[in-house]
Design a protein around this ligand. Structure first.
Ligand code: AMP
Length: 205
């Protein structure tokens, strides 16, 4: 199977080929069609399996297909990705940027990581973005400022969710979920599924 077998736009296929990806990895083969069909997905995935592209690619496709409903000039946050680490956050944000770069309107991505000026990050969000990629800790800080409009979020991705649980995210998860629209597509990636994770999966997918 090749990436060109997926119903992706020409612009997306061009970006994939420029990255020298030809064959989808096992997780990409399974997850991409499910996401494109608007399912909630819970996947067992290790780092290095190609899991980032398994959600970045179909979400970019869905975003381009489902044009934003409002005609507001500034982009609104439609995708929220939470991760446990700054490295993963930056890598995923870069994937959204590079894979969308041949689209007529490439997505605007903001990444939020700890240790950087929170005022500047709030400003960046308020300037408008389609995709917000954040470490779970910094996202909770941003949430507490109550200055971010999350009402347009259509897709929630929890990546390396077991590692976020290790950082105490289970208690904070409810306030994250409460801040998002209830109608949304949820994607959960975790290398392990302890009992606690299964409960979380039941709550969100
Ligand atoms: P990830 O597990 O998402 O962190 O991906 C691990 C590495 O594999 C990254 O450097 C990706 O750019 C690369 N990668 C992901 N999918 C593919 C693919 N289908 N073909 C070639 N490289 C890939």
């Amino acid at each position: 199977m090749l990436f060109s077998n997926f119903p992706f736009s020409k612009a997306l296929l061009k970006a994939i080929s420029e990255k020298n990806y030809t064959t989808p990895t096992a997780i990409q083969k399974k997850v991409i069609p499910l996401v494109l069909e608007s399912n909630d997905v819970m996947a067992k995935a290790q780092t290095g399996s190609g899991k980032s592209a398994s959600f970045v690619l179909p979400l970019l496709e869905l975003l381009a297909q489902k044009k934003s409903k409002d005609t507001f000039k500034k982009p609104r946050i439609r995708i929220l990705v939470l991760t446990p680490t700054r490295e993963l956050t930056l890598q995923i944000a870069q994937d959204f940027d590079s894979f969308s770069r041949f689209q007529t309107k490439p997505v605007k991505t903001v990444s939020l990581i700890g240790g950087e000026n929170i005022g500047q990050q709030l400003f960046d969000i308020q300037q408008g973005c389609d995709v917000l990629v954040a470490t779970s800790g910094r996202f909770i800080d941003i949430l507490s400022k109550k200055q971010t409009n999350l009402t347009h979020i259509e897709f929630l991705v929890l990546d390396e969710a077991d590692k976020m649980l290790d950082l105490g995210f289970a208690q904070e998860l409810q306030s994250v979920l409460d801040s998002l629209p209830t109608k949304r597509q949820n994607l959960l990636f975790s290398a392990t599924y302890p009992q606690k994770m299964i409960q979380i999966a039941k709550r969100i997918t």
